[in-house]
Design a protein around this ligand. Structure first.
Ligand code: ZN
Length: 173
């Protein structure tokens, strides 16, 4: 009985790999390719494509798409989108904070690597964003405070704070 179960398990894995290594994968648009890879990852059947020395030798300079993600170890783009060498141009910072250097990296990806898709990938329970949210009650005395201050200067954040203040009921005395 154990042998049969083992064989079924092997066949299941083989079938999943066969189903996800579609020959048309290379024809997918960048976003479609990411979605297909994320579907494999979340279903528990990643194929880890393009991770060989042969792949490195075959690489051309074009790398699509560009992904800006948090440095958090729970969201490495290559793993959660099940991509390999040369498949993604990544820019990672705590809290997805995009300063001058990161912006230059995005420009490089678009202008020189011809990336047609730039994804800004956020995630739940981000430590940098939590530090920002709690910054009214707690000040950090290190470089984390610089991240918090940077996020506070963002136009989107200023507009959100204005909206939040306007939405609060006023206390008439
Ligand atoms: Zn994060």
């Amino acid at each position: 009985m154990k042998k049969i179960l083992f064989l079924i398990f092997i066949v299941s894995i083989y079938s999943c790999k066969q189903g996800t290594t579609d020959k048309n994968e290379k024809d997918l648009l960048p976003l479609e390719k990411l979605k297909a890879g994320n579907k494999r990852f979340t279903s528990g059947f990643p194929i880890h494509p393009d991770e060989t020395l042969k792949r490195i030798r075959e690489l051309k300079r074009a790398e699509l798409p560009a992904i800006v993600s948090c440095s958090d170890s729970r969201v490495p783009p290559e793993l959660i989108f099940d991509q390999g060498l040369g498949d993604i141009f990544t820019i990672r910072t705590a809290g997805n904070v995009i300063g001058d250097y990161e912006l230059r990296s995005i420009e490089y990806a678009v202008e020189h690597l011809h990336c047609k898709l730039v994804v800004v990938l956020g995630h739940e329970k981000c430590g940098a964003i939590e530090a920002f949210i709690n910054s009214d009650n707690k000040r950090h005395y290190d470089h984390i405070q610089k991240i918090v201050e940077y996020i506070k200067r963002e136009d989107e954040e200023k507009k959100f704070r204005q909206f939040e203040n306007q939405s609060r009921p006023s206390c008439a005395s």
